[in-house]
Every structure is written in C-alpha cells, then in structure tokens.
Design a protein around this ligand. Structure first.
Ligand SMILES: NC(=O)C1=CN([C@@H]2O[C@H](COP(=O)(O)OP(=O)(O)OC[C@H]3O[C@@H](n4cnc5c(N)ncnc54)[C@H](O)[C@@H]3O)[C@@H](O)[C@H]2O)C=CC1
Ligand SMILES: C[C@H](O)[C@@H]1OC(=O)[C@H](O)[C@@H]1O
Length: 254
C-alpha cells in the first residue's frame, strides 16, 4: 500500500522539475493528482500520461499563480475532478538572475508576485477547501536553502523564499485548529530548467557541486520523498517545520 493511498494531491508548477517529480511520485504512492502549470502544454500532458500509467486520476490546469483567480480556479477544478483536496504542494517559482544595483522594477515585481503572492493565494484557497470539507490536510511549500543564505544575483529571489518559509510557520498556527499541517522544504541546488543557464558555466557548476558533502548537485526526484513524507500521515505531528534537502551544502562552512 502506498504512502498516499486514497488521497488527492495538488501541486503548482507540476509540469517540470521538482513539481513534476513530486506529482509522479505522489501517483506512485497512491494519490490522485492535479497539476497547475504555465507555458508548455506538452510537458503537462506528458506528466498526466505518467500519472494515468500509474493507474491514478489526474488533471492539469494552466494558469499563472501570480493571479489570485488561478488559485480559486485550481481548487474548484480539483473538487470537480477529484472530489476533494487532501494535500497541497506550493511549488511554482521563478529565479531570473540579475545584479542588485540595477534591478529592473518588473523583474523584482514579477518574482515577488509569482513566488510569494502566488504561494499565499494558492495556500489560502487550498486551506479554505480543506476547512470546508473537514478532516484536516497537509500543505507543503517549496522554499529554499536561499531562505537562509544569500546570493549576489538573487536579491529579489531570496526574500521570496524566506517569505514562503515564514508563510508556512504562520499558516501552521492559523490552521492547526483545523488539523491542517503546514511545512516547507528547503532544496539546495537541484538540476532543473530554473538554473540551466546559470549552471551552463562548467566552472560554476563544479564549484557548486564541490561544496556538497554528498558529492553531487540534486535531482528533482531527490525532493519528491521529503515533500511527500511531510505531506503524509507519517509526519502527522510535524507542523511549522522546514526540512533542508541540500546534500549537506548548508552546514559545509569549511
Ligand atoms: N532548482 C533549484 O535549485 C531550486 C528550486 N527551488 C524552488 O523549487 C521550485 C520549483 O522549481 P524547479 O523545479 O527548480 O523549476 P522548473 O523551472 O523546472 O519548474 C518550474 C515549474 O513552475 C511552473 N511555473 C513557473 N512560473 C509559473 C507561474 N507564474 N504560474 C504557474 N506555474 C509556473 C512552470 O510551468 C514549471 O512547471 C521553485 O519554487 C524554486 O524556487 C528551490 C531551491 C532550489
Ligand atoms: C535557481 C538556483 O540555482 C537555486 O535556487 C535556489 O533556491 C537555490 O538556492 C539555488 O541557488
């Protein structure tokens, strides 16, 4: 029997990277899965095909998480298609690298709106559904090691990841009385489209890998287990927590 047998799970940014790995592993663990995404329809269709091949129900909703209306539409579609929402994974995010001193206003605002506002409205919509249906629930947000440490070209990104971590702490308090647990994961450097350009420089890539005690950069699948553990009943007394999933990078000062 899978870890998530009989549950329904929603994940934002589920067509690629960490969100996709989470969606597919959730299906393997017995959950029906809804994904939200933006951009490439073929990638979303491919993810849905894998969910179906695992014998689970799935649906995809295209929409920008920066628009609060997408949150309402995603949760409504989940209720219509899957009946309820047991687990919500707030994952969608962007990280356009840029220097601090000449940060364009639109780059700053877009990053805030997608990563932080998007997480806020999505989590609120999912939580309202969980409260209305009863029986509790679990919310996991994808924060980052960048909530704890800085990056020269990530000055409009790292505050969003600290914000997502903080959102989970406050939501854990607000939602505990409803039996809804809220936690975050903090990935280190994971090989996905978000950092493909940044890590195209072999020297930078080698430098990033060299500081990781486990000896390699992460893969999206490295996140699926920790996210789904926090989402599962095995973590039933865990709320307001943050789990670093970084191969040990954070603790490696020298
Ligand atoms: N890859 C890494 O090294 C790390 C990633 N993260 C976080 O993990 C999360 C997922 O990122 P990755 O899988 O690495 O990236 P990715 O680029 O492979 O996937 C991002 C996903 O988010 C979706 N997305 C992007 N903007 C969206 C929007 N406005 N509305 C709806 N969907 C949107 C895309 O369609 C895609 O499915 C992000 O929140 C990122 O900040 C955190 C730490 C490290
Ligand atoms: C996109 C970056 O490579 C990635 O994003 C994060 O949150 C990590 O800190 C890495 O810097």
């Amino acid at each position: 029997m899978g870890l998530l047998e009989g549950k329904t799970l929603l994940v934002t940014g589920g067509s690629a990277g960490i969100g996709r790995a989470t969606a597919i592993e959730a299906a393997r663990q017995g959950a029906d899965v809804g994904i939200n995404y933006i951009g490439d329809d073929a990638a979303a269709d491919a993810c849905l095909a894998e969910i179906a091949a695992l014998g689970r129900r799935g649906f995809a909703l295209k929409g920008d998480v920066a628009d609060p209306e997408t949150a309402r539409a995603f949760v409504s579609a989940a209720v219509e298609r899957l009946g309820r929402v047991d687990i919500f994974v707030s994952n969608a995010g962007i990280c356009p690298f840029h220097a601090f001193l000449d940060m364009p206003l639109d780059t700053f605002e877009r990053t805030m709106r997608v990563n932080l506002h998007g997480a806020y409205w999505m989590v609120q919509a999912a939580a309202n559904q969980m409260v209305a249906q009863g029986g509790g629930g679990a919310i996991v947000a994808v924060s980052s090691i960048s909530a704890l440490v800085g990056g020269e070209y990530q000055t409009r990104y790292t505050p969003t990841k600290a914000g997502v971590h903080s959102l989970m702490q406050s939501a854990a308090i607000a939602l505990g009385r409803h039996g809804i647990r809220c936690n975050s994961v903090m990935p280190g450097t994971i090989l996905t489209d978000i950092n493909k350009d940044d890590l195209a420089d072999p020297e930078k890539r080698a430098r990033m890998a060299a500081r990781i005690p486990l000896g390699r950069l992460g893969d999206p699948e490295d996140l699926a287990g920790p996210i789904l553990f926090l989402a599962s009943d095995m973590a039933r007394y865990v709320t307001g927590a943050a789990l670093l999933v970084d191969g040990g990078a954070f603790v490696n000062l020298q």
